[in-house]
Design a protein around this ligand. Structure first.
Ligand code: AGP
Length: 609
């Protein structure tokens, strides 16, 4: 998620914009830039890295003005280098734009601009297309040009625009990316979110989808998709700066748990076309290369490894290629059997985990094709991969990974569908069934978040426990491992995950009266088996909280409590079942007064061995 700040008034646009961008640093970013209107011209400075690097480039005293737009970029299309930083300028230097979101049809628009208007692009980004498109349509009405350009764009966008010919206005539009206008005294503001403005104003207008906003120093006008003026109530923000940075949530982890519907939406965006076919932009694997692959390794650490456990299920299920999941810290010392017919899939949120990088290099040395599933554009893992499938989850700040995990799962589904279809090992009706299930995920994730209140009550009951077991079968084993890690790493409870069928081979000796078991029973084909497992532990007086799909009522009759997830296909249940478990861990850690976003001894990215 990129940061946007705009200003128009009698003050120093440079000072106010830079300060606003600094308030958005929590979003994570890898470059920043600013464009100012001065003397009928647009001045532009941008730089990779932190905002301080940008400030160092602004040496001239006269680099200032009363109108400007600024941006912090979280790279999606194009590496995090200066040329790809925003603002982007039109070829004639008369239009500058900042953009948050993804323009899905940017390649088509880029080709049209090159072919029909000889546009010379300076960046690899999708965003630059917006500036060039507005320039093509601009005669003497900036709003009309912006609306014409937007009419051709598909995807998600919050865009701020200024023109050298118009010293009195910022024009902005939004669709599926946050945008607000701030109300000042003798000045006004634009921003991607509230923290950027709190130092200057607490009175804002929320801009809704398909709206256009025209900001002058004395006025903010909002128009709907038909350019009919909209009367919008202003909102007074009561949050403090710290809370605002977390979007009003108490912790980044809670915010990121609740961002999962939007994050999965972004992961899916542009990857399932109108015909319901999976199209993966970053995967260059041809059918011939796919057919030659006779072994797949999925290698990762921690939560990413648990995603890999689910990945094995779907890749073997859909693509029918033998798939092994391995811990990166083990793989690299195991003398693995790897050759040019091996596909090595590494999963990493940060793309900087040392064990994963070294395992990837080992596989590369032995001739494997490297495909990474990662959340950070331009990270080490992505730079050394042959193919990259980005999760597009947006920056994940909390150490405990949540939205990265669910978007990793979705990427593995997309990859498995793509491979199954290309290899002809997945029946068309099965392919369609799973694609339809993926499309319903954002709404079902929102529904799964509805378990929050019930889960909080359960957390209250068990927050003092020092031992909690998680068990399941099939894809519920991976969910058990992930649920247990979430609890372990933020509450410091010694939780334990095990395949339910393994219990009787030793672990069942640990059961005391009242021992808490979280039992996953989301797989219809294993439902009866799980009911037997519940009976088995209930016979030893354990306390059972069952996690099952709505409608599976029998499990509730033999359990002490249940958490019901939305009806769904077995295959995608793991993506939904993990949500109440993330919340369970969160509420217990909060009751135990833990440092939830930064748990003891842990780092967000383990860049050491
Ligand atoms: C998960 O909640 C932890 N933060 C940790 O297990 C993490 O998943 C692991 O270190 C891998 O990190 P990566 O995805 O950035 O490679």
């Amino acid at each position: 998620m990129c940061g946007i700040v705009g200003y128009i008034g009698d003050g120093s646009a440079k000072e106010i914009i830079i300060s606003g961008l600094k308030s958005l640093e929590y979003r994570g970013y890898d470059s920043a830039g600013i464009a100012l209107h001065r003397g009928g011209k647009l001045l532009l400075r941008k730089e990779s890295g932190v905002i301080a690097n940008l400030e160092k480039r602004i040496t001239k005293k006269d680099f200032d003005g009363n109108l400007g737009i600024g941006h912090t970029r979280w790279a999606t299309h194009g590496a995090p280098i200066r040329e790809n930083a925003h603002p982007h300028m039109s070829c004639d230097g008369r239009i500058a734009i900042v953009h948050n979101g993804i323009i899905e049809n940017y390649m088509e628009l880029k080709a049209w601009l090159v072919k029909n208007h000889d546009v010379e692009f300076k960046s690899e980004t999708d965003s630059e297309v917006i500036a060039q498109l507005i320039c093509v349509y601009y005669k003497d009405d900036l709003v009309a040009a912006v609306r014409k350009a937007v009419a051709r764009m598909r995807g998600a966008y919050a865009v701020g625009v200024i023109s050298a010919d118009d010293p009195d206005h910022i024009v902005a539009v939004r669709k599926d990316a946050p945008l607000i206008a701030g109300i000042g005294e003798g000045c006004n503001y634009l921003a991607s979110d509230i923290p950027a403005l709190l130092r200057y104003t607490r009175d804002i207008y929320l801009i809704e989808n398909d709206e256009t906003v025209i900001i002058s120093k004395d006025d903010i006008k909002i128009f709907d998709g038909d350019m009919t003026r909209v009367k919008r109530e202003k909102m007074h923000v009561t949050w403090d700066a710290a809370a605002a940075v977390k979007g009003g949530y108490e912790h980044f982890m809670k915010k990121e748990i609740y961002e999962q519907p939007e994050a999965v939406n972004k992961t899916l965006e542009g990857r399932i076309n109108a015909k319901g076919e999976v199209k993966l932009d970053g995967i260059k694997l041809t059918k011939k290369e796919l057919d030659a692959i006779n072994r797949i390794y999925i290698v990762a650490c921690g939560t990413a490894y648990h995603a890999g456990m689910q990945g094995k299920e779907v890749i073997e299920g859909f693509a029918r290629i033998p798939t092994e999941v391995d811990l990166a810290s083990e793989f690299r010392y195991r003398k693995p059997i790897v050759d040019s017919n091996t596909l090595f899939i590494c999963i990493s949120q940060s793309g900087e985990t040392s064990d994963t990088i070294e395992a990837m290099r080992e596989a590369k040395r032995k001739g494997a094709r490297i495909l990474s599933i990662c959340n950070v554009v331009g990270s080490s893992v992505t730079r050394e991969s042959d193919d990259v499938l980005y999760t597009w989850a947006g920056p994940e700040i909390a150490v405990a990974s949540t939205k990265a995990y669910t978007t990793q799962l979705v990427c593995l589904f997309l990859l498995a569908l793509y491979m199954g279809r290309a290899r002809g090992t997945l029946l068309p009706k099965e392919y369609k069934r799973i694609v339809d299930e993926l499309k319903k995920l954002p709404a079902k994730l929102t529904e799964a978040l509805g378990t929050d209140e019930h889960v909080a009550k359960l957390a209250k009951k068990f927050s003092v426990r020092e031992q909690i077991f998680y068990i399941g079968r099939g894809s519920d084993v991976g969910t058990s491992y992930e649920a247990s890690l979430k609890l372990k790493e933020i509450s410091y409870i010694n939780s334990f995950a095990i395949a339910a069928g393994e219990l009787k081979h030793g672990t069942i000796a640990l059961i005391n009266r009242g021992t808490l078991f979280i039992v996953f029973a989301t797989q219809d084909y294993l439902y009866e088996k799980m009911l037997s497992n519940i009976e088995e532990i209930k016979a030893r007086h354990a306390y059972v909280i069952a996690v099952a799909k709505k409608g599976n009522t029998r499990v509730g009759k033999i359990s002490d409590d249940t958490i019901m997830i939305p009806e769904c296909a077995d295959e995608v249940a793991s993506i939904l079942a993990v949500v109440p478990m993330q919340l369970f861990a969160y509420h217990i850690a909060k009751l135990r007064k833990r440092d939830i976003d930064k748990p003891r001894n842990l780092a967000k990215s383990v860049t050491v061995e």
